[in-house]
Design a binder for this molecule. Structure first.
Ligand code: MAN
Length: 350
């Protein structure tokens, strides 16, 4: 497969050791999947910080929140016949699912798009309430008419859904609860309204009939969504055979809305591809890349908390109008950067 991403020489841009854990007794296990936006003349990342206690022999331990936000640590003996820990990310114990880390979101900013630091005076975003007791993850950010819309994965024992918070200044946030209930994730709101309506890509999952497909919905206000249509499915035998999910907001081009998405195969290899939606009716898919445009290949993409993963939910379209700087999670552990050309991606669509 030909990969057309030009990775930053500085990769990984951020590793777990670069930030301080949120609490004594926790370590940052993964720093991944940043949403991206421009604000105050700077490039910002809202990064997923996944934490757990330092692991000791024979025990799996991880934090959970209660509905009021208080943290406690769950401990499960390894080797217990009622434990299924075959996936590093999510385990099942005595019939219940848990995440092995608890994620919150943190703001970082940069003057050059490469060196990021945590600025003072901006809050961390934590899971709040009964739908976020296992944390919040993988935030997409879009600015519409001066308001930033944050769509992220809200996780609890009830399942995985999409939460929405809005802000104008990144210091005060309004909570809008779950906009897509479980099971749903990978929600990217379009950066402008189409024919007066908000549009969003989202990814409900159905295990018994259907699959992990990308859907589109519209909304009068960005909070209440309907008119759902399934637009992009997995493709048997290809790099996106098992699951597909939207990246960040689609990019407006003269050919249509260009969406970079992730696809995983049965071996849990996560690659990036693209598809194109009609400018006036985004429920119409005009074209899709046959092959992946980015494939995990560097050591930091192959080896980490969960290897063979490149996953993006944030990008910046640069001033030349062609270069996209993609920020992405590598091996579910590091934050990296790469550049792609819009024209080159368009030329790969069939
Ligand atoms: C999957 C992975 C994990 C994530 C959970 C919940 O298992 O993407 O990284 O924590 O879903 O969203």
């Amino acid at each position: 497969m030909k990969d057309i991403a030009k990775r930053f020489g500085e990769n990984p841009l951020l590793s777990p050791a670069d930030l301080v854990p949120s609490k004594d007794g926790l370590e940052i296990t993964c720093l991944l999947n940043p949403g991206t936006f421009r604000f105050d003349g700077k490039t910002w990342l809202i990064v997923r910080v996944a934490e757990r206690p330092t692991q000791t022999d024979g025990i799996i331990s991880f934090p959970v929140l209660d509905e009021k936000g208080a943290m406690s640590i769950v401990q499960i003996p390894k080797g217990d016949p009622e434990l299924d820990d075959s996936d590093a990310r999510v385990i099942n114990y005595k019939g219940s699912d848990y995440l092995t880390t608890l994620s919150h979101l943190r703001l970082l900013c940069s003057d050059n798009g490469t060196d990021f630091y945590e600025p003072e005076g901006y809050p961390r975003l934590n899971g709040e309430g009964r739908h976020e007791t296992f944390g919040i993850e993988d935030c997409r950010v879009v600015e519409i008419d001066g308001t930033f819309y944050l769509t992220f994965t809200s996780v609890s024992s009830m399942g995985v859904g999409v939460g929405l918070r809005t802000t104008k200044d990144w210091k005060n946030f309004e909570k809008h609860g779950l906009i897509f209930p479980a099971h749903n994730k990978d929600c990217a709101i379009f950066e402008e309204k189409v024919n007066g309506k908000f549009y969003a890509l989202h990814r409900p999952s159905s295990v018994d009939l259907g699959g992990n497909y990308i859907w589109i919905a519209s909304s009068p206000d960005g909070v209440h969504w309907g008119q759902h249509e399934c637009i992009v499915r997995t493709r048997p035998g290809k790099w996106d055979s098992k699951r597909v999910g939207a990246g960040a907001a689609p990019i407006k081009t003269d050919k249509g809305w260009l969406e970079i998405y992730h696809g995983a195969n049965d071996e849990h290899q996560y690659c990036l591809g693209a598809f194109l939606l009609d400018l006036n009716d985004p429920t119409k898919v005009l074209a899709r890349t046959d092959e992946a445009i980015m494939v995990p290949s560097e050591t930091y993409e192959l080896t980490g908390f969960f290897g063979h993963v490149v996953f993006t939910n944030g990008h910046i379209v640069e001033e030349d109008g062609d270069t996209i700087t993609v920020y992405y999670g590598a091996a579910d552990e590091f934050v990296c950067g790469a550049r792609l050309s819009i024209q080159e991606i368009l030329s790969r669509l069939i």
